[in-house]
Design a protein around this ligand. Structure first.
Ligand code: BG6
Length: 497
């Protein structure tokens, strides 16, 4: 039986062993081991905690314990001293799982980890199936009356609806859904969780959070970076699969869903699924009206010239992979019917910026002469996910002086200036939640399937369309088609300068 989630106030891990597959990989080094280090430093791990890395690359326990922390060792931490192991082996070799099982039993005996195991799949997606089958073959998928066995899975979860269902088949062949924790690291960000706080811990926003007040919503995930060293991976993904299918649709679901009864896992996820189900799919005929892709070309300044996507390492010089995607979505329910939602994401844009902007309708009548209103934008509420984490409310205010000029002003809430507490890294928060058994910030099987249902028709349409892929210069705000997409109804993207 799986353990019930602990009370929020306690928020420290129970006795357990964290097993990371893909232990010599990039994500483990950059995110997971630093997250374990932070959890230990912040006193969130008990003395009965152990960490096991599994990968093909040969390494000693000590080398693994040092691999992320620049010469410092996880073994120096009181909670981890003597509790870090490394198992080298092939993912499809039953011997690997036999040795892993022995290591886990030994740790239970010497560390008191109580048979609780959290298996973290941080491998390339191709290894998910052999690892899950290997775990099941060694009986490591079995929870008992007194201990848990949980599986954390990184993205990509499939590459379309059909492959996501196949993967679910493999996962559910070994683990029950309540044992499965699918990660979207955006949900580990405090500012993404703050969308819930803003909407449901306050009364003033709820009445205006619907079609009677909101003209449209823009969700932007803009990155300044290119694909860097991940060209090989990105070629098989593209912006739609890499960001829209997961991060963008998750943020959208939290921003638009109905109030849940509680933030407990099933209640919260039921509301997200209902919202995703209400998203109307573009028909083949209107995909070109509702979705735009782009690929960055060489650009920047003379001092900082940036390579085009096709020149990046690991990228096909004739690649048709999109590094930019924008679309207009409609949500067919009582709250949102008729309100357009514009979402976009891109690499090599001029600013790193993730935000949700709700733009309100213009007043029905303005008793002010038009020539006094030249600098008045529509009212807007902007949830800044990153950077400059916070919220702004934009509205019109009278300009000081003898005439009645009205200009846009804004009120700002900034995380930095308001709170002394620091935000944990997304991975730190999510690892702790998975150890505790709180699934509310993880993605349920039906959510993944709904998200693929939404993006699949657009990706398929693009794959069939052989016309040249629209381009945009590195460090510009995407292809001009994206301006036309939103401009069709007289609207404009909010492009930060
Ligand atoms: C990852 C994508 O999921 O999110 C990357 O695979 C992207 O391509 C990253 O750069 C963005 O995450 P963050 O937290 O930096 O916004």
């Amino acid at each position: 039986m799986d353990h019930a989630p602990q009370l929020i106030q306690e928020r420290s891990a129970p006795p357990a062993t964290l097993v990371i597959f893909g232990a010599s990989g990039d994500l483990t080094r950059r995110k997971l081991l630093p997250a374990v280090d932070n959890l230990a430093r912040h006193g969130r791990l008990p003395d009965q905690f152990a960490l096991v890395g599994v990968a093909r690359t040969p390494m000693s326990d000590e080398q693994f314990a040092e691999s992320a922390l620049g010469g410092k060792s996880l073994l120096d931490k009181r909670q981890l001293a003597g509790g870090v192991r490394y198992v080298a082996g092939g993912y499809d070799d039953p011997e690997t799982y036999k040795r892993l099982a022995e290591t886990l039993d030994e740790l239970d005996a010497v560390r008191g980890t109580s048979g609780n195991r959290l298996f973290y799949l941080s491998t390339p997606a191709g290894a998910f199936e052999p690892v899950i089958n290997g775990l099941a073959g060694a009986g490591l998928n079995q929870a008992t009356e007194t201990s848990f066995a949980r599986l954390v899975i990184e993205k990509p979860y499939g590459r379309d609806l059909a492959t996501a269902r196949e993967l679910d088949g493999v996962v559910h062949g070994a683990f029950e859904e309540h044992q499965v924790f699918r990660i979207d690291h955006y949900l580990g960000k405090d500012t993404v969780q703050n969308v819930l706080a803003l909407r449901f811990a306050n009364s003033i926003f709820q009445p205006i959070w619907d079609r009677s007040w909101i003209d449209h919503v823009q969700i932007t995930v803009a990155e300044t970076l290119g694909v860097g060293t991940r060209g090989g991976f990105y070629e098989g993904a593209g912006a739609m699969r890499d960001i829209v299918q997961n991060h963008v649709l998750q943020v959208l679901a939290l921003a638009l869903m109905e109030p849940p009864v509680s933030f407990e896992g099933e209640n919260l996820r039921n509301e997200k699924v209902k919202l995703l189900q209400a998203i109307r799919l573009p028909t083949d005929r209107d995909v070109s009206e509702a979705a735009v892709r782009g690929q960055y070309t060489r650009g920047g300044t003379r001092e900082e010239l940036m390579a085009g996507y096709r020149e990046e390492v690991g990228v096909d010089p004739l690649s048709r992979t999109e590094t930019y995607a924008a679309m207009r979505l409609n949500v067919d329910n009582w709250r949102w019917a008729g309100v357009p939602f514009y979402v976009r994401t891109g690499k090599r844009l001029p600013a790193r910026l993730t935000e949700v902007a709700l733009q309100f309708q213009r007043p029905p009548h303005l008793p002010i002469p038009a020539d006094q209103l030249t600098e008045l934008d529509a009212d807007a509420l902007i949830l800044r996910i990153q950077p400059n984490e916070g919220i702004s409310l934009r509205f019109g205010a009278k300009v000081p002086g003898h005439s009645f000029r009205v200009r846009t002003a804004s009120m700002n809430f900034s995380y930095d200036q308001t709170f002394v507490e620091e935000s944990p890294e997304a991975y730190e928060r999510l690892l702790l939640d998975a150890l505790i058994g709180d699934a509310s910030l993880f993605i349920r099987s039906d959510e993944v399937q709904q998200s693929w249902r939404i993006v699949d028709p657009i990706i398929e349409h693009w794959e069939r369309d052989r016309s040249p892929i629209p381009s945009y210069e590195a460090a510009s705000w995407g292809p001009t088609d994206a301006d036309r997409l939103i401009g069709r109804n007289g609207r404009k993207w909010r492009n930060a300068s």
